[in-house]
Design a binder for this molecule. Structure first.
Ligand code: ADP
Length: 553
C-alpha cells in the first residue's frame, strides 16, 4: 500500500486552537482508553478496497487532504458513543460517523468538514446481535459487513434456508449501505425498504449532560419491543426512521433487517442487444415486466463498454488515444469476448422452482426478442471467470468483489458516480443517456452507463473512472459531473445519492417551493443538533454555526 507524509500537517478542525484540540483529544483518551483514539498526524495511507483507510477518501476528487479526519475514535459500546457525543458538544468538535467506510464512489470514509473526528463504529461494534430463523430477520451493529452476515448464516447452517441481499461489493456494512439507501440485486434489493427498526444516539446534549438514545418503531415499547422490532417497521406515531438515512441527525448503533427465504431455485440469464438505439424500446419492454414481477430483481442493463472494462484490463490495452474510446473499437474487442459484440447487456435472475422459472423466463424471452438482433447468451457456454457469474452470485445473495475490476481501466483507478432517478420510460432513458454522452464527450471521458431498474423507477448509474494522480483529469471529471447534475435537473431528474463533494449541488436541485425541504431539514438539524457537531454538511445539511459561511461547494 502506498504511504505519503501529510503535506498540510495535523488537520485541526476550524475554530479551535491546536493546543485546545490536543488537550481535548487527551481528555477523550482518558475516557475511552488511549488505544481507542488515534490522531491522524503522520501520513496518508491508501491501501485497496479491503484495507481501505478510515481517515479520508482513497478515491479523492479534490486534494486528498481536503476531506480528511483529524483523529479516529473506536467506540466499543453505546455508552462510548454517548461519551464521544458529550465530548464533541463540550469542545465544539465536528464528528463524522462511519460504519465500515467503504462507501467508495460516494466519499469512502471521508468527512465532509476537514479535521472532523471520525467515529469508526465498525471496528469494535461489529456483533450480529440476533438472527431469527422463524421470522427471517436479523439485528446488527455497525461493523457487520455483507460478507460477515453471509458467513454467519453459513456457520449456523442457515444459508440454505435464508439469503441476505448484497450490493455489488460485499465488503461494506449492512448498516452504512442501508442508511445511505444503497441497493442490492435480489427481490430484497431496496435495503432501506427492507430494514425494520433503528437504535440511534442523538447528537444533542441536555442540560445535565445527558445524551439521548432512542429506538424507532416497535423498539420504542417500554417492555418487549424486541418481539416485533424487526417484524413491523412503523410502530405508532410518525415514522421517524427516514430522517436518519442520508442525513446527519443521529448516530445509528443498531439496525434491524429482513432476510429472504430461499426461493427454492434460481437461474441467471443474460441478453445482449446490438444497437445503442435499442435502449428506448427495450426500457418500454422492461417496465411492465418489472412492475408485474416477471422480472423479479433490480436487474442491470449495462452498456457494452462496461462488459469490456470489467475484464479488468487497462483501457490502454484496447486504445491509447485521448477522448472517449470510439464505438468501433469497443465493438471490435467485444466481438472477441464470450458474450460477443453488442451495445447493451441485460443481467437478470429468475427465482423459484424450475417450472415456475420456466413460465417467467419464456415470457421474458419472447418479449426481449421483440428487439431485432437480441441474443440470449447460454450460461453453459460461459467460462467460470466470466463476469456473468459474479452477477449470478450477487443476485442469489452471495457477496462478491469482481465489480472492482473496472477500476483498473485507468492508472490509480478511482471512481465517482452520477446517479439520477427516472421513471422506467424509453424517453427518459434516452434523455439521460444523451446528456451523459454529450458531457462525457466534452470532458474526454469514457461513458459507462448502467440502468438499475427498480419496481417503478430506475437509477442510471454512470461511474466515471479517473486517475487519482491526474489533476487535469480530476478537474474534467468534476466538471462533467457538475454539468450532468445541472442538465438533469433542468429536465426534471434528481440524484438518489451522491459523493460528498457534490452534496450541496444535488441538495440544491431539490428546491421546490422556495427550498421548503431544506428549510425543514435545517429546522430538524437545529433542534436535534444545536451545537452542530454531527457530520456538518452531509447531504447538504449544514448546522447553524456553519450555514451560509462559505462551506457550501
Ligand atoms: P460502508 O459500510 O458501505 O463502507 P459507510 O460506513 O462509509 O459505508 O457508510 C456510508 C455513509 O453512511 C457514511 O459516510 C456515513 O455518513 C453514514 N453512516 C454510516 N454508518 C452510520 C451510522 N452508524 N450512523 C450514522 N451514519 C452512518
Amino acid at each position: 500500500s502506498d504511504t505519503t507524509p501529510l503535506q498540510r500537517g495535523l488537520p485541526i478542525p476550524q475554530g479551535i486552537s491546536k493546543d485546545a484540540f490536543l488537550s481535548a483529544v487527551n481528555e477523550l483518551r482518558n475516557s475511552l482508553g488511549a488505544e481507542h483514539v488515534q490522531l491522524n498526524d503522520k501520513e496518508i495511507k491508501n491501501g485497496w478496497y479491503m484495507e481501505s483507510p478510515n481517515t479520508h477518501d482513497m478515491m479523492p476528487l479534490f486534494d486528498t487532504e481536503e476531506f480528511i479526519a483529524s483523529a479516529v475514535v473506536y467506540p466499543g459500546s453505546v455508552e462510548d458513543v454517548k461519551t464521544i457525543v458529550r465530548w464533541a458538544n463540550k469542545h465544539l468538535i465536528p464528528l463524522f460517523p462511519i460504519s465500515i467506510g467503504r462507501n467508495l464512489g460516494y466519499g469512502g470514509s471521508a468527512p465532509r468538514v476537514r479535521g472532523s473526528v471520525t467515529i469508526d463504529l465498525g471496528r469494535r461494534m461489529n456483533r450480529i446481535l440476533n438472527i431469527n430463523a422463524d421470522d427471517f430477520t436479523c439485528l446488527v451493529e455497525p461493523g457487520v459487513t455483507f460478507y460477515a452476515l453471509h458467513e454467519e448464516l453459513v456457520k449456523r447452517g442457515l444459508d440454505d434456508k435464508m439469503w441476505i441481499d448484497t450490493p455489488d461489493l460485499g465488503g461494506g456494512s449492512v448498516m452504512g449501505n442501508t442508511l445511505d439507501r444503497g441497493v442490492g440485486y435480489t427481490p430484497y434489493g431496496d435495503h432501506w425498504a427492507c430494514h425494520s427498526g433503528l437504535e440511534v444516539v442523538l447528537p444533542g446534549v441536555g442540560e445535565v449532560g445527558d445524551v439521548r438514545v432512542l429506538r424507532t418503531g416497535m423498539g420504542a415499547l417500554d417492555v418487549g419491543g424486541e418481539k416485533t422490532w424487526q417484524c413491523f417497521p412503523y410502530g405508532f406515531g410518525p415514522y421517524n426512521d427516514g430522517i436518519f438515512s442520508q442525513s446527519n441527525f443521529g448516530i445509528v448503533t443498531k439496525l434491524g433487517m429482513t432476510l429472504m427465504p430461499n426461493p427454492g431455485g434460481f437461474e441467471s440469464f443474460m441478453y445482449t442487444f446490438p444497437k445503442e438505439s435499442d435502449l428506448a424500446p427495450l426500457i418500454e419492454i422492461i417496465r411492465p415486466l418489472r412492475i408485474s414481477n416477471i422480472l423479479e430483481n433490480v436487474a442491470q442493463l449495462r452498456h457494452g463498454l462496461q462488459t469490456l472494462s470489467v475484464k479488468g484490463h487497462p483501457r490502454t490495452k484496447y486504445f491509447d488515444g485521448s477522448g472517449p474510446m470510439p464505438e468501433e473499437i469497443v465493438r471490435k474487442h467485444l466481438r472477441e469476448t464470450a458474450t460477443g459484440e453488442c451495445a447493451w447487456v441485460y443481467y437478470g435472475m429468475s427465482y423459484g422452482p424450475a417450472h415456475i422459472r420456466r413460465y417467467k423466463l419464456d415470457i421474458i424471452d419472447k418479449e426481449f426478442h421483440r428487439i431485432s438482433g437480441c441474443k440470449r447468451i447460454d450460461p453453459s457456454t460461459l467460462p467460470a471467470d466470466e463476469y456473468f457469474w459474479s452477477r449470478d452470485r450477487i443476485a442469489s445473495g452471495t457477496p462478491d468483489l469482481e465489480e472492482l475490476k473496472w477500476v483498473n481501466w485507468m492508472p490509480n483507478g478511482s471512481h465517482i458516480a452520477f446517479s439520477p432517478v427516472s421513471p422506467i420510460r424509453g424517453k427518459d432513458a434516452e434523455n439521460l443517456f444523451e446528456l451523459a454522452r454529450k458531457r462525457h464527450a466534452d470532458a474526454g471521458i469514457d461513458l459507462m452507463p448502467a440502468f438499475c431498474v427498480g419496481l417503478r423507477e430506475m437509477h442510471l448509474i454512470v461511474e466515471i473512472v479517473f486517475d487519482a494522480e491526474d489533476v487535469g483529469m480530476k478537474k474534467r471529471a468534476e466538471k462533467c459531473l457538475r454539468d450532468m447534475i445541472d442538465d438533469a435537473a433542468k429536465l426534471g431528474y434528481g440524484e438518489y445519492r451522491t459523493h460528498l463533494a457534490l452534496m450541496d449541488q444535488v441538495a440544491g436541485t431539490y428546491n421546490w417551493n422556495d427550498n421548503a425541504l431544506m428549510k425543514f431539514n435545517n429546522t430538524l438539524k437545529d433542534a436535534l443538533d444545536p451545537n452542530g457537531i454531527l457530520a456538518p454538511g452531509r447531504c447538504g445539511i449544514w448546522p447553524k454555526r456553519y450555514r451560509n459561511r462559505g462551506w457550501e461547494l
